[in-house]
Design a protein around this ligand. Structure first.
Ligand code: TA6
Length: 284
């Protein structure tokens, strides 16, 4: 196995377990009270240059096709990051423009990205913080997302706090719509970019009483994605029925940040898992 795929393991004060890899600075597991909160496909190819299907892919310097790089979601998730430091409950990784020379034509900028992953200040939480710095002489445009795959029973999980918000519907050529639903429970392919979303998005799995709260910092948008069956079957690194066990809730910035020389941009997400009696999940 490529040594970039070797595991970095973090442990929290209440037994939280985070697993990540240098490749893509990719978090592939977050276990709270013995239960996995992230989805990773059984068919994920843990082999460069393919991105790992699941966990938290880092989408930089672009989300989707919203940038100049001819590869969806940019190239950070396909790159070998440097492990700068790791102490028990915290790891810091970095990627610089010189580490991905093959992309210098598509993205002709000098930059550094630093990612910090830690068990959260709150019990049952994982914190991720990213800092992008422009080391060049030109303004540097980018978009970004934490492409987070949550492990939930998609057929009975509900994504809350998005009612009344405008979104781009990627299943209909990015048509702009307004969410009329009290919550989202996927029953077909869903691929929505909510341009201005609340900083806390809750996913409630009534069947188990589990709640996963995705909190975002300095990321105005959130993407909600489930490929449903037809798209899942078309993905070589996803099982035909695995769509039933996941929902992506992806804090993002989809309108390009224009970073001036020597400027830095900082953003983050935290994933908090709470457990209640089934059906008794209190309001956020
Ligand atoms: O975030 C949603 C999305 O942009 C979908 O349109 C779908 O393409 C998904 O990301 C997965 O993309 P990937 O390149 O990882 O297959």
């Amino acid at each position: 196995m490529d040594e970039a795929m070797s595991l970095v393991r973090l442990r929290g004060k209440d037994g939280e377990k985070i697993t990540l890899r240098r490749y893509g600075a990719h978090v592939t597991s977050f276990v709270v009270k013995g239960r996995e909160a992230l989805f990773v496909s059984e068919r994920a190819a843990f082999q460069p240059p393919k991105a790992i299907r699941g966990g938290v892919p880092i989408c930089f310097p672009q989300f989707s096709d919203l940038g100049s790089v001819p590869q969806s979601h940019g190239f950070a998730r396909n790159a070998k990051w440097k492990l700068v430091e790791t102490h028990g409950d915290r790891a810091v990784l970095s990627l610089k423009h010189e580490d991905v020379q093959e992309w210098r034509e598509a993205y002709p900028h000098q930059w550094e990205v630093v990612l910090e992953v830690s068990t959260g200040k709150k019990s049952g939480a994982m914190d991720m913080k990213v800092r992008v710095t422009n080391r060049g002489k030109e303004t540097m445009p980018f978009t970004f997302a934490f492409h987070t795959y949550l492990r939930v029973d998609a057929c009975c999980a509900r994504v809350e706090n998005l009612k009344g918000l405008q979104y781009w519907d990627n299943t209909e050529n990015r048509e702009t719509k307004v969410d009329q639903e009290n919550h989202i429970t996927p029953s077909s392919e869903i691929d929505r970019v909510y341009l201005h979303a609340p900083d806390a998005i809750r996913v409630v799995e009534d069947s188990s009483g589990r709640q996963i709260i995705v909190r975002k910092q300095n990321l105005p948008s959130v993407v909600v994605w489930n490929p449903w069956r037809k798209k899942a079957v078309a993905l070589p690194d996803m099982g035909d029925l695995e769509y039933r066990g996941m929902i992506c809730v992806e804090p993002a910035v989809v309108e390009p940040i224009q970073l001036k020389p020597e400027e830095s941009w900082v953003a983050g997400q935290s994933i908090e898992v709470r457990q209640f009696e089934p059906g008794k999940a209190p309001a956020l």
